[in-house]
Ligand binder design. Structure first.
Ligand code: AMP
Length: 433
């Protein structure tokens, strides 16, 4: 009986960072330090580093030591100095106010020795996990001329063999595992998914992950209505899954950005040189039909700002979104669209935004996205709950100085969309199971 009680309380404790006993323990933490660097290798935006600080400090202040692991960019070989995490050590030290030892690799004797000798209060950083193909579980040196089946079998074998071994080695450095990298939680990678299996009772979310999971699940499970999703960006092909999932949950979807023109062309409109995916016409029509069946309002801009080139020097004018002349492309919503989007957003109680409604990187084409960001801020001030996610929409609210005027900014782009689409993520499930 005593034994059972002990097991029960142990189970309850292990998954919550706030209750876990870190004293004398080494915690390996998957963080998202995939930060932008300039030509000199200096960190130009340390938001992601700062986001991991509460979790790291919690472990240190509770008497534990920390092994940080992350990816940086998309290296294709090992080592690749351009993608070395050695470049960010100073920025991490500054954020933490403590010394950080750099392992120079994530495998090998040195990394293992350093981890073994870590003392309470100490922090070390492993080298870029993606220097190893095992991290992503995709072999880089597949033989030429394999049949589809052979290729599939080779990939499976790589996941069962080398990827497992890689995750096991990482796990051997520590007593407990914390996943605080929401931005990569949609990946079944060694450090985000496989490694959790080596810590059946000693794995947990970091504070950032806890916050993200709570914000997104409460948005999807318990939203105040009317609930509106604003989905923009360049292509419909990358957002089909999420749009279909949202139709089941929301009252309306505001559709903006480049995908507008696939919808317009699918219904027989002329879109000139606008970005357009003809192979997505059936999907666009299916989405229109699905929304109709479910009573979900699709709000699209009736007009477009069109440009004769993709630059600040372009000539621009307004045109109906379904009658764009050749030689011109739709780059933003125009006056009627701005008015319609603004009015619609102001009437909502829950707002989710992913993807700019125009090419916001070019100032001349950014006013539609500015109107959307300002409308969300105004609705939030009136009591609506707003969640913004995805690198470009977050860049928009930052660009317009509205980051502190929305309810929640998610660090996830792909992860956020997949969470909405599937209701969970591999990195979340690996901790929960
Ligand atoms: P996504 O990653 O799919 O959310 O797309 C974001 C990108 O979509 C941004 O870089 C925008 O510049 C781009 N975008 C938005 N509207 C348009 C448009 N009308 N034509 C081309 N690209 C667009």
């Amino acid at each position: 009986m005593e034994h059972l009680d002990c097991r029960r309380s142990r189970q309850r404790r292990t998954n919550v960072i706030g209750n876990y006993d870190f004293k004398g323990k080494r915690a390996i933490i998957r963080v998202d330090f995939n930060v932008p660097l300039n030509e000199q290798g200096q960190v130009t935006d340390n938001t992601r580093i700062l986001a991991a600080v509460p979790t790291i400090k919690k472990v240190l202040s509770a008497g534990g030591s920390v092994i940080l692991m992350s990816h940086l960019g998309r290296p294709k070989k090992n080592p690749d100095p351009k993608y070395s995490l050695g470049q960010i050590v100073g920025a991490v030290e500054e954020a933490l106010g403590t010394k950080v030892a750099f392992a120079g690799d994530c495998m090998g004797e040195k990394a293992a020795e350093m981890a073994k000798n870590l003392k309470p209060g100490e922090v070390m950083l492993l080298e870029n996990l993606r220097f190893y193909a095992e991290e992503e579980g995709k072999p880089r040196d597949l033989k030429e001329g394999l049949s589809k089946e052979e290729e599939k079998a080779a990939k499976e074998a790589f996941k069962k063999g080398p990827q497992q071994e890689f995750a096991k080695k990482l796990a051997s450095y520590a007593d407990c595992y914390i996943n605080d990298a929401f931005g990569t939680a949609h990946r079944k990678h060694a450090s985000t998914y496989v490694i959790a299996g080596f810590f059946p009772n000693d794995k947990m979310f970091g504070y950032l992950m806890e916050k993200e999971v709570k914000a997104i699940s409460s948005l999807m499970e318990n939203p105040a209505h009317p609930f509106c999703a604003i989905i923009g960006g360049s292509k419909v092909s990358t957002k089909i899954g999420v749009i279909k999932a949202l139709i089941e949950k929301v009252d309306s979807i505001v559709i903006g950005g480049g995908m507008t023109y696939t919808f317009a062309a699918a219904q027989g409109g002329k879109v000139g040189d606008s970005i357009c995916e003809p192979d997505m016409f059936p999907v666009a029509l299916e989405i229109l039909e699905l929304a109709k069946q479910k009573g979900v309002k699709l709000v699209m801009s009736p007009d477009a700002l069109i440009a004769d080139q993709f630059s600040q020097e372009a000539n621009t004018k307004e045109a109906p979104a379904n009658a764009i002349p050749d030689g011109w492309e739709g780059v933003d919503i125009a006056e009627q669209g701005k008015k319609a989007f603004l009015e619609h957003i102001l009437g909502c109680k829950t707002i989710l935004w992913n993807g700019p409604v125009g090419v916001f990187e070019i100032d001349k084409f950014a006013t539609g996205s500015r109107v959307v960001a300002e409308a969300i801020a105004e609705a939030t001030a009136k009591g609506a709950y707003s969640l913004i996610g995805g690198g470009d929409s977050v860049a928009c609210v930052n660009k317009f100085g509205l980051a502190d005027k929305v309810s929640y900014i998610s660090t996830g782009g792909g992860a956020l969309l997949e969470y909405i689409e599937f209701g969970t993520l591999p990195g979340v499930e690996a901790i929960k199971k």
